[in-house]
Design a protein around this ligand. Structure first.
Ligand code: SF4
Ligand code: SF4
Length: 168
């Protein structure tokens, strides 16, 4: 019997079958969050669930957020020392993956701040800009906030940088 997980989709709690297994499969294969993962997650979920076509984008958005949360929980189970998070056994603080804000381009729309579920950003009311106050809360490999920024003010290191950590 497939597991069922309740997730918010367009503000409504919807039961999605088989989600734990899908997430485990992606996580165990070291899959990081990126834009292509949206479609792959959606396809897997559609294997076991009816997803109305007009809601596909909403499902994909919700699935990515849930997957991010799961990755964070998994990572927090791999703690070393005084509660330090790790990525593939490496202290999180040694993996330089986090967003940088190009303040010259940012228009202060606040979309990144509202979107990120991991409290990476604080909001600077005086300058009307996001501040990357907690960079190591960022999920390694996630760049989901960047494509939501219309002026392309959010930049990440090259993804190839993560390869050496995958081999560690
Ligand atoms: S989404 Fe982009 S433009 Fe909007 S506040 Fe964030 S960095 Fe600035
Ligand atoms: S800061 Fe952006 S990339 Fe990092 S976890 Fe939040 S949404 Fe993902």
């Amino acid at each position: 019997m497939s597991n069922v997980r309740l997730i918010f989709i367009r503000g409504t709690l919807i039961g999605v079958m088989g989600l734990d297994d899908v997430f485990s499969e992606f996580y165990d294969s070291g899959r990081v969050v990126d834009e292509s993962l949206r479609d792959e997650l959606l396809d897997k979920v559609k294997d076991e669930n009816f997803v109305p076509e007009p809601l596909e984008n909403d499902y994909a958005d919700a699935l990515i957020v849930e997957y991010q949360k799961d990755c964070e929980k998994q990572a927090s189970g791999e703690r070393t020392g005084a509660g330090q998070k790790t990525y593939r056994g490496i202290p999180r603080e040694e993996v330089p993956w986090f967003p940088t804000i190009r303040e010259d381009l940012c228009d202060g729309c606040k979309i990144c701040f509202d979107f990120c579920p991991h409290d990476v950003f604080e909001w600077d009311d005086n300058r009307n800009l996001p501040v990357v106050t907690y960079p190591f809360n960022c999920i390694v490999g996630c760049s989901a906030c960047a494509p939501r920024c219309a002026p392309d003010a959010i930049v990440f290191p090259p993804r190839s940088m993560l390869e050496k950590f995958k081999q560690a």
